[in-house]
Design a protein around this ligand. Structure first.
Ligand code: CTP
Ligand code: MG
Length: 225
């Protein structure tokens, strides 16, 4: 079965409040995007790695060569439209499966990606890496109103792996219906398609705010040594 990857990397990183979009911040000698693409390039099953970057991105061209399967495509104004553009960029030669992975998650392990690929390809079912909620979860605004039982709560991570045609159709339909789509699984859920939860490492964090940077750099150095 053919598998292609899409990397949404067109965000501005507003919560990071940094001078460059967060995917271009250097950690342990390489930009976050370079770390992420280097991880994906280790999956030899991928036939293409399409990276959705902003149309006025000035930084992608300066990345060192990583892998010949990597191609720049135009992103959109939302993560979902960046992914949709990535899917459309594969339409001439559609893969059976598409693996979507955030540029901002450089800590993903090859073992976790292989666990997701293995489950989905064996069962013919889409799925995502996710981690069970560990903290006690409160609902409320200024005061806690309720504690939510956490036994059925997961945090969605990436990568997320789905049948290419089903994801393209679900995402287009969900966006046309103005559904709130923050990951691929939310489009598949909207279309009543199965989303397997594959337990992954909780340190596969999405680098989002300044306090994530030191932790991510430490973890990247641990992985490299
Ligand atoms: N992303 C994208 N296109 C967008 C917005 C986000 O491709 N229009 C990508 C980001 O580059 C990131 C991933 O989606 O790799 C997850 O999004 P997020 O962590 O929210 O990144 P930003 O949107 O850049 O950050 P912020 O929300 O703080 O502005
Ligand atoms: Mg965002």
């Amino acid at each position: 079965a053919t598998i292609a990857a899409i990397v949404p990397a067109a965000g501005v990183g507003s919560r990071m409040q940094h001078s460059v979009p967060k995917q271009y911040i250097s950690l342990s000698g390489k930009t976050i995007l370079q770390h992420t693409l280097t991880k994906l390039a280790q999956l030899h099953e991928l036939v293409a790695i399409h990276v959705a970057v902003s149309v006025d991105d000035q930084y992608f061209a300066d990345l060192p060569f990583i892998d010949k399967r990597i191609k720049r495509v135009d992103g959109g104004n939302e993560r979902a439209t960046s992914v949709l553009n990535g899917l459309l960029s594969l339409a001439d030669n559609p893969p059976k499966w598409v693996l979507v992975h955030d540029a901002a998650r450089p800590l993903v392990t090859i073992d976790d990606m292989n666990a997701l690929l293995s489950y989905c390809l064996t069962h013919g079912e889409g799925g995502i890496l996710a981690t069970q909620v560990k903290d006690t979860i409160k609902r409320g605004h200024t005061h806690s109103e309720q504690t939510i039982p956490r036994d059925a709560l997961w945090q969605a991570l990436t990568p997320q792996l789905f049948n290419y045609r089903e994801l393209l159709q679900s995402l287009q339909d969900a966006l046309a219906a103005n559904a709130v789509i923050t990951d691929e699984a939310s489009a598949m859920e909207w279309a009543n398609k199965p989303v397997k939860l594959v337990a992954g490492r909780s340190d596969n964090i999405k680098i989002t705010t300044p306090e994530d940077l030191d932790l991510a750099e430490f973890l990247l150095q641990q992985q490299e040594s």
